[in-house]
Design a protein around this ligand. Structure first.
Ligand SMILES: O=c1ccn([C@@H]2O[C@H](COP(=O)(O)OP(=O)(O)O[C@H]3O[C@H](CO)[C@@H](O)[C@H](O)[C@H]3O)[C@@H](O)[C@H]2O)c(=O)[nH]1
Ligand SMILES: [Mn+2]
Length: 710
């Protein structure tokens, strides 16, 4: 008999306030659209047309955003009550999939920390297997993991003996310099492993002759002269075998497998989705656990008891996965680039959880294997798990080959779905359309922590990939507003639409970043006068939107400083990422470019870190995305001073031009760090001179071009 529940979920009382707000604001939006339509009919011009288009797109995003507020839920989990319903021996098998793709962008020591943190889970070792997928097909990564497997034999018993919470060694040694009797000894081993790996990384190759054990030599000599990153046979290595390999205290270790799936230039690789599907099949031949966890190599487990959060045997049979939030331990107090994703992690999560379920965020989620391989059926904890002592790797090699997926449903109806750069959001969307449900779980102690880029360019490149990938889904036969609305809760489909169409945000942002400014330079008024009643509608809409957003930010537990960064980055992304992801989508759809997954770099230099922690932007490299941001900033600065000039010379016009002066002034304040980067800074992270000069030329041309337009 259950004494306490395993989990509870409560609808948030704030939903009533939100529904009322939505109602009032909707009326105001319709009034504005009516105002624009009248203007377009009675005084048609390109300006009135663009203002209508901008506000229509904003209204679309506002409407889809409201679906997150319809029924947010607060969920709590009580794993301490699990012992009342299940013994450890009843726990299901758990396969953990960690992906890496490039040893130079994703240094193996970081990946080792990810893997060790889950290998050391407080979970029966005979039920736990960790699989590393190496899409970089790198001998260096395999070598690093051979070293890691040796270190794990010391690390696991140490963690368990002292019940250590931080099971990523890097984090543990950073926080607790010398806590226990063995700490210094284990730390020395860790440092030693790091320096062995660093030596090999610096050299870039491995001299196989230096080894004398057959197993290592056999594994490493698979890298022949014909073996390249894009063309190589499958490599599978059993680095640790459960019920066979023991740690230094004599306890059995979990499984640790290395997999580099076959690569062939002629066969599509499908990026991470392809890697996970290969892992799904390989693991099915070896361990076939009913539950698997996906973890990116830039995350680590922050709580060894996390798997227990998934184990509610009473949960519905159509329950597909549980998503833990993506939280990061390297965010500064300003959240300069808004990499913390406060709203996505709080508002969107509880909002979608209260509808039909969370989106998958690419990492930190436990899935039921069945969700990827079949339709919702009766829940079963017991699965046809494989628990053999000898692994037959022949079948595993066969299912990891390039040709295996030919003429199968992998990528279309089975496994992670192909055809987009955001396999995560897309696959969970398709699963939800099939009837699978999911929940968001947010324990007080974060289950996982990770790293986000700390240079603007890295973040822009990353988000460009996301929004391009999302657009691929938005404009496809599986679009949430056509297919989604028919196959899932329509509000849930709107939540997906909010994300998937996000590239279109560039339309209103670019219109508002240029149109009022260029009109102001030419002294043309485009908004109602201050004394006009329509002006108060603008004031209400502006304050209502920004004010509500601020409330949401604060309710999500964030700060005013971070909210301000969010406002800045929203506009910066509008002039860069959103626009460029749209172009990327266009050229790829027209067949002029092939799809590419640009792996985010997980390496940063010291100076960059110092700048980031002071809240200073890092530009540093040349990028066309910087040009478009700079141009918007230059246009706003120039227009603001021209506007002030017009008002001073011609006093009476301040009423007419106030709206434009305000928006342009807002642009100046928001754009200040960019202006600083272009003009006032001399450090290595400043805007490259060439980028600034190109931007000035483009801004000048725009001014010349539009000087006669008004
Ligand atoms: O061909 C590839 C490309 C990437 N990866 C792995 O995928 C993960 C995510 O790549 P990363 O460069 O870190 O991308 P992010 O933008 O940080 O990732 C977010 O966005 C991706 C979709 O664009 C999702 O796959 C991720 O889970 C999500 O965290 C990493 O572990 C990579 O090693 C592969 O295994 N194979
Ligand atoms: Mn990442």
């Amino acid at each position: 008999m259950l004494k306490g529940p395993l989990h509870t979920s409560k609808a948030s009382p704030s939903r009533w306030f939100n529904r009322l707000y939505t109602l009032v604001y909707t009326v105001a939006i319709f009034a504005l659209l009516y105002h624009h339509s009248c203007n377009l009919i009675y005084s048609p011009s390109l300006t009135t047309f663009f203002l209508l288009v901008a506000d229509l797109v904003l209204a679309f995003f506002w409407a889809t955003w409201q679906s997150f507020f319809f029924n947010p839920v607060h969920r709590q989990v009580f794993p301490e009550n699990l012992a009342q319903v299940a013994k450890e021996s009843d726990y299901p098998g758990l396969d953990v999939f960690v992906c890496t793709a490039d040893p130079f962008k994703e240094p193996p020591v970081g990946v080792i920390n990810t893997v060790l943190s889950v290998l050391a889970y407080d979970y029966p070792t005979d039920k736990l297997s960790v699989y590393l997928s190496d899409d970089g097909g790198s001998q260096l990564t395999l070598f690093a993991f051979m070293e890691a497997a040796k270190f794990a034999k010391h690390w696991l018993p140490y963690c368990k003996k002292y019940n250590i919470l931080d099971r990523s060694p890097e984090v543990h040694f950073r926080k607790d310099p010398s806590l226990f009797l063995e700490t210094n000894e284990i730390k020395a081993m860790y440092e030693n492993m790091k320096s062995t790996i660093k030596d090999v990384m610096d050299k870039g190759t491995i001299d196989v002759e230096q080894f004398n054990d057959d197993r290592t030599i056999k594994a490493l000599t698979k890298w022949t002269s014909r073996f390249t990153r894009h063309q190589h046979p499958t490599v599978i290595e059993v680095l640790l075998k459960r019920n066979h390999d023991k740690d230094v205290s004599g306890h059995y270790m979990p499984n640790l497998f290395y997999l580099a799936r076959e690569k062939n230039k002629a066969a599509p690789q499908n990026f991470k989705a392809g890697a996970i599907n290969a892992l799904l099949r390989v693991s099915a031949t070896l361990t076939n656990a009913p539950i698997f966890l996906i973890l990116d190599c830039d995350m680590y487990s922050n709580d060894p008891k996390t798997p227990l959060h998934f184990l509610d045997p009473t949960i519905g049979s159509n329950f597909g996965f549980v998503q833990f939030p993506q939280l990061f331990d390297n965010i500064n107090k300003y959240d300069t680039y808004t990499t913390e994703h406060v709203l996505e992690n709080r508002i969107c999560t509880s909002g979608m959880d209260g509808l039909e379920g969370m989106s998958f965020m690419g990492t930190n989620a436990f899935f039921k294997r069945e969700a990827l391989t079949g339709k919702p059926t009766k829940a079963k904890w017991k699965w046809n798990e494989q628990n053999q002592s000898e692994y037959d790797l022949t079948l595993a090699h066969r299912v990891a080959s390039c040709s295996f997926e030919e003429n199968t449903k992998w990528g279309s109806e089975i496994g992670f779905r192909y055809g987009t750069l955001v396999e995560d959001a897309y696959t969970s969307f398709r699963l939800q359309c099939l009837g699978w449900k999911s929940v968001a779980c947010r324990p007080d102690r974060p289950a996982f922590l990770g790293n986000m880029p700390i240079s603007l360019n890295d973040f822009l490149m990353q988000t460009k990939r996301w929004y391009m990938g999302l657009l691929q889904v938005a404009i496809s036969k599986f679009s949430p507003i056509t297919f989604g609305i028919r196959n899932m809760n329509p509000l849930q489909a709107l939540c997906h639409a909010y994300f998937q169409f996000r590239a279109f945000w560039c339309i209103p942002i670019i219109i508002y970043a240029f149109l009022p400014q260029l009109a102001l330079v030419n002294s043309t008024a485009i908004f109602p006068k201050v004394s006009d009643p329509w002006f108060s509608l603008y004031v209400f809409l502006f304050l209502g939107a920004y004010g509500k957003n601020l409330v949401d930010y604060v309710v999500a537990g964030s700060t005013l400083k971070k909210w301000w960064s969010y406002q800045r980055m929203w506009l910066i992304l509008g002039c860069s990422t959103y626009l460029f992801s749209f172009f990327d989508w266009l050229v790829t759809s027209l067949g002029m470019s092939t799809l590419e997954f640009n792996v985010t770099s997980k390496v940063s230099d010291n100076e960059q870190e110092i700048r980031y922690h002071k809240g200073i932007f890092s530009f540093g490299v040349e990028s066309p995305m910087f040009v478009s941001i700079n141009v918007a900033v230059i246009v706003n600065f120039f227009a603001f001073f021209m506007g002030i000039g017009h008002v001073l010379i011609n006093n009476g016009r301040v009423e007419e031009l106030f709206g434009q002066l305000f928006i342009t002034g807002f642009g100046v304040v928001i754009g200040w760090p960019i202006f600083e980067g272009m003009v006032l800074r001399s450090d290595k992270g400043k805007m490259p001179i060439k980028t600034t000069l190109i931007s000035v030329c483009v801004a000048l041309s725009i001014h010349l071009l539009f000087s006669s337009a008004f």
